[in-house]
Design a protein around this ligand. Structure first.
Ligand SMILES: [Zn+2]
Ligand SMILES: [Zn+2]
Length: 422
């Protein structure tokens, strides 16, 4: 697989980091914060107020669909008119909005301070430092929502850095190497999940498939040949789980088509079918269904042969199931597996290192990821994950696009200047 930037690079923008840095330094030489960070307002205080208003309204809009999904997921409580449920949801929503607004405003204010402190713009500090400072606003977000937000940002940052490493020639992306890496990670992940499932209090992990832990109480069940905990026979359970996950894959793909081509589908419903009935959908269903089927079958076969269900069976089953990645390689799945493994391994840290978990390490890491992603959005849009572009643009009512445009204008200015002198 060749390196494909998310979007084509604008003319004159070098793909490599060193070239991008030289260009940035030439383009921003002698500029003030008002020329780049807040091109619409000359005054810093007016710009901060503008950002406050924009990010308040933008966050209202950006977070709304997430709470609609949240209500749909708890539809029983929502339909019953559960007062506590609605009260909690209102508090979560208000905190999310406040989080977005604090983040936008701190970014704007710290950018202006940074430019004055450094005496101009520097490639590594212009957006990375204000972005990281503003990332500390995650403390405003409710702890329940914080985990999901942080996980998404870790994921997107890994995706971005992986793509950047390919562009820099540090790694070469091939389906075979990626599948092998995923198989190894997946074996370790399912081993850890199996082990964690046997414990009473399990760590919250974001992974689409959570295997059952070992059966704790076997005394009052009739004796079965298969020691793996599942309802019905091995085949029944495997086929049921495969059908469920295949349906989820199909539903997700349908949702993706509707979200990407909503306007066209409204005009002509056939557009939906022509995009939904594609090889991509088939590969997605076969990949997710195949993953679940392989895992369930291998775990049962090993369990029956050995007469017991053990954690290392999940490692083998996970390794083999990981081969389904080949059908639809996806770097987001790869980075999600890596993050889930790190999260689970933190439970096995020696006592002395526990301070690392007690400290707000995840929040500090989030802040750094935020800096990296804001830098990606405003200076390196071609490689920035699409979700981050959508998120920052919605939540700041296009203020991130304005920064990008202002930067491109400066780039065009020096390139025009250069052309005229050669
Ligand atoms: Zn300023
Ligand atoms: Zn079985």
């Amino acid at each position: 697989m060749a390196v494909v930037p998310s979007r084509p690079l604008p003319p004159g923008i070098p793909a490599d980091w060193a070239g991008a840095r030289r260009l940035f330094e030439a383009a921003t030489k002698g500029l003030k914060c008002g020329d780049l960070v807040h091109a619409r307002h000359a005054s810093c205080s007016k710009a901060a107020l503008d950002m406050l208003g924009a990010s308040l309204l933008g966050s209202v809009r950006f977070f709304f669909p997430f709470y609609v999904v949240h209500a749909a997921m708890h539809s029983k409580k929502a339909l019953a008119g559960d007062k506590d449920f609605y009260k909690d949801m209102a508090v979560y929503y208000a905190r999310s909005i406040l989080f977005g607004a604090t983040m936008g405003t701190t970014f704007c204010v710290s950018s202006c301070i940074m430019v004055r402190l450094v005496g101009g713009f520097a490639f590594w500090t212009a957006l990375l430092v204000p972005g990281s400072i503003s990332g500390l606003s995650i403390a405003v977000e409710h702890i329940y929502r914080r985990r999901i937000v942080m996980n998404t940002f870790y994921n997107m940052t890994l995706d971005y850095l992986y793509l950047r490493a390919q562009v820099a020639g540090l790694v070469r992306r091939t389906a075979a190497a990626e599948t092998a890496a995923f198989m190894a990670l997946n074996g370790l992940l399912l081993y850890l999940l199996h082990k964690a499932g046997s414990k009473k209090r399990s760590t919250p992990v974001f992974w689409f498939f959570i295997p059952d832990g070992e059966r704790s109480d076997q005394s009052n069940e009739p004796k079965r040949i298969c020691p793996v905990p599942h309802k019905g026979t091995c085949w029944e359970s495997a086929v049921q789980a495969t059908a469920k996950y295949s349906a989820v894959a199909a539903a997700l793909q349908a949702l993706r088509v509707v979200m990407n081509r909503g306007g066209q589908i409204a005009k002509s419903p056939n557009v939906f079918f022509s995009h939904f009935l594609s090889r991509k959908t088939a590969a997605g269903i076969a990949s997710l269904g195949g993953y679940v089927l392989l895992y369930k079958v291998v775990r049962c076969v090993l369990g029956v042969r050995q007469g017991a269900d053990m954690c290392h069976h999940s490692a083998v089953a996970g390794l083999i199931a990981g081969s389904a990645y080949w059908l639809q390689p996806n770097t987001t799945i790869l980075s999600s597996a890596l993050i889930a493994i790190i999260r689970l391994l933190l439970d096995y840290l020696p006592r002395r290192a526990e301070i690392l978990v007690k400290w707000p390490m995840p929040e500090l890491l989030f802040a750094l990821c935020n800096g990296i992603l804001i830098h990606a959005r405003c200076m390196d849009m071609a490689h920035c994950p699409k979700f981050i572009v959508h998120m920052l643009d919605t939540a700041t009512r296009n203020r991130s696009q304005i920064i990008y445009d202002a930067y491109m204008q400066q780039v065009n200015r020096i390139q025009f200047h250069k052309q005229n002198h050669t």
